[in-house]
Design a protein around this ligand. Structure first.
Ligand SMILES: Nc1nc2c(ncn2[C@@H]2O[C@H](COP(=O)(O)OP(=O)(O)OP(=O)(O)O)[C@@H](O)[C@H]2O)c(=O)[nH]1
Length: 199
């Protein structure tokens, strides 16, 4: 299975490139690529980032400037896998055990999209998408709608989206790590203040 770190963002809120931002002594991109490897998927980086090629093969967006949806399009277009795991570059506290669960869940359910919700909201950049979503995603891009959630809903029938609550699943599992605590797993680092909170 292929895994993709979305790394083509502009990091305007952080004020410096998030992919190369040091966290626990290593750049965020290194954490994200290692997370994919620990989950057992083949890592790739998506975005106009030839400077990150030492970490994993880089795939450039086919339609730059469309945000993460442009990265998802390029990844699905290049992928040889039926199922594809996506991760943003700025979630260093997410445990590999959760990604392994996500993969297992997608393989068992056969859903076209497998997506966690956390704190009541969907996490469409930390999700598994079937390659067949490409056509629907391209329709959204062509119509100028770059919202990932909208594009996924457009690309699949609701019955084919497996949207599940991380908190509800966590309550049933005793093999998920307690450190970092669940409330921090999806804490993405958008601003210097958010970075300071986890440093
Ligand atoms: N491939 C690709 N990835 C993107 C693009 N825009 C954002 N991303 C990635 O998507 C994830 C979430 O992006 P955000 O943090 O919301 O956006 P950002 O542009 O990095 O940061 P801001 O400029 O502060 O909004 C990050 O991992 C980004 O690197 C894009 O145009 N192409």
């Amino acid at each position: 299975m292929n895994g993709f770190v979305l790394a083509g963002g502009r990091s305007t809120r952080m004020g410096r490139d998030k992919a190369l931002l040091p966290y626990a002594g290593r750049p965020l991109i290194a954490h994200a690529v290692d997370l994919l490897k620990m989950a057992g998927v083949e890592p790739h980086i998506v975005g106009a980032r030839p400077d990150l090629a030492a970490y994993a093969p880089v795939i450039e967006d086919l339609h730059p400037g469309c945000g993460p949806l442009g990265g998802i399009e390029a990844a699905l277009a290049a992928s040889s896998s039926e199922l594809n795991l996506f991760l943003p570059v700025d979630l260093p506290l997410l445990p590999a055990a959760f990604l392994r669960y996500l993969l297992q869940r997608a393989e068992i359910s056969g859903a076209d999209a497998t997506m966690p919700t956390w704190g009541g909201g969907p996490e469409p950049l930390c999700a598994i998408y079937c390659r067949d979503l490409l056509a629907g995603i391209r329709e959204s891009l062509a119509s100028g709608n770059y919202k990932v959630m909208h594009a996924v809903e457009n690309a699949v029938r609701p019955s084919e989206v497996d949207l599940f609550s991380v908190e509800a699943v966590a309550a049933t599992r005793d093999d998920w790590p307690l450190d970092p605590p669940l409330r921090r797993w999806f804490q993405n680092l958008n601003t210097p203040a958010e970075l300071a909170l986890v440093s």
